[in-house]
Design a binder for this molecule. Sequence first.
Ligand SMILES: [Zn+2]
Length: 110
Amino acid sequence: MRKTSTKSKAAATKKAGTAKRAPARKRKLTDMEALEALHADKRIDIIDDERSMGNSLIVNLKDGWRFNDEGEHVFGEDSAVEALESMKRVTACGCDDCLKALGRFEAVGA
Ligand SMILES: [Zn+2]
């Protein structure tokens, strides 16, 4: 058996140990991880990352979903982590636009 570098093996073990411990303590998500979670969220239509232009990370919700108020389908945050946190406030929208878009008279999901 070929002896590989013990250094890299030790590093890998250390890394695995860290990863294993992380979920127990509520680890803060990185911006990239939060962005991935946002992209995986089926309530979101489009995410416009305009942060490089000095604007916000703009989240466009799909038809049938709203942010704070009925008819509020878009919101912006300074970071993906904040946007992901804000997604907890997203609920079903029953505004006229959504009903029309969905072609029905009751909100979807909820
Ligand atoms: Zn709506």
